[in-house]
Design a protein around this ligand. Sequence first.
Ligand SMILES: NC(=O)c1ccc[n+]([C@@H]2O[C@H](COP(=O)([O-])OP(=O)(O)OC[C@H]3O[C@@H](n4cnc5c(N)ncnc54)[C@H](O)[C@@H]3O)[C@@H](O)[C@H]2O)c1
Length: 440
Amino acid sequence: MKISVIGTGYVGLIQAVGLANFGFKVIGIDIDDSKVKMLNNGICPLYEEGLEELLKKHTGKNLEFTTSYEKIKDSEVIFLCVGTPQDNNGNTDLKYIFSAVDNLKKHISGKKYLVVKSTVPIGTNQLLKERLNGYNIEIISNPEFLREGMALKDFLNPERIILGFDENDLSSKEILKYIYQYFIEKNIPLILTNYETAEMIKYASNAFLATKISFINELSKLADKTNADIKTVSYAMGLDDRIGKKFLNAGIGYGGSCFPKDVKSLTKQFESKGIDPKLMTATDSVNENQVKWFFEKIKNYYGDISGKTFAVLGLAFKPDTDDLRESASIKLIDLLLKEDAIIKGFDNVKRARENAYNMYTLDKSKAFYGYNLYILDSLVEAVTGVDGIIFAVEDTKFNTIDFENIFNMVNEKVIFDGRNIIDNEKIKKIEFEYIGVGLR
Ligand SMILES: NC(=O)c1ccc[n+]([C@@H]2O[C@H](COP(=O)([O-])OP(=O)(O)OC[C@H]3O[C@@H](n4cnc5c(N)ncnc54)[C@H](O)[C@@H]3O)[C@@H](O)[C@H]2O)c1
């Protein structure tokens, strides 16, 4: 069976490479010519562990990339994986979805199945059905749940597969079961439902996790004022398996290409139906403020941060990825730079460092602040001579740092742990000042 994947970003590329690895003949389509060229040369345009090896293994054999929609005509099944960013008002902008579908229309010959993996507001698959009315095509909603940083593992071991169908569509179920045979044999739960339920499951899952994070972040402020230790609170809460320990670590807030925009989009979806989304609004607002609140803690420590130099460790929105979209670390760096601090940034992922460098030199809105920013390839270089070390990404690898050694390299002995990842008792014994989120 021939399969096309439209959009070869974090979701589409994993899907294309993963399906090629299952033995399908796959064509990846993207409007970005430079990305397509890289991919056809076996070069991965994004960082995800293990992805480049698999890309090299299959490219030129059963996997190819193109900017031409014409190649779609040979594919029976088409996965739609283009971005769904937010517009200026927080609504989901469906321009990439509509443009892809309109391009696709021109090349439909014979029966096709369009599997929508992009995260789209409730009602969108029905809207696409109407847009494709009169064409020999079925639409299946199949939201994606992979986590960047472990995307290949998630592709092979999803916790569930959600498939939303049109009630009159009798053939899609068999096609999807054939493609997802590997998962069915592994007894991965398959939820077969309607479009709207499938669409809501995706938003509900992301919004719930985001709410959990904002919940503990809000509590962390109270902990700060009351001598409670938020890390112990999280740990104790997490032992209750009705609550669970994941997504319960206080920090400088969630980021990435999904949670912030999906929470905002869900808020707008409520509002469009005349419902006041109190919980979603609060989740978003707590998150927006969390990084500013931590920034104020840093500022209060010094009084004036102008001319102070900080090592910011961790640049991406989470560990093991190069994705800087909505990264809380970048937001914190911006706040520091705007008050004339000097930043020495480092991330354990090389591509994250490169992306940050490019962002502060090429992005016109940021280039001005980039004068006081240095992206360094070594952690030791980043911390040497600084007035404070800031941990901004939940990367536990930073805990292996030799803090005793670093003690003599820094100017001021203070650590701001924006993710509560560092062993604060150990740090204090070395006589570093330690300031965390909701703990001292
Ligand atoms: N990144 C994640 O971790 C993740 C996880 C689950 C779901 N999602 C959802 O999956 C979707 C894709 O996310 P992503 O992170 O992969 O996005 P991305 O921005 O990394 O990739 C999107 C790709 O689509 C391409 N594109 C845009 N318009 C196109 C068109 N008309 N034809 C062909 N290609 C086109 C872009 O050039 C880009 O390469 C979004 O809806 C997102 O919310 C993302």
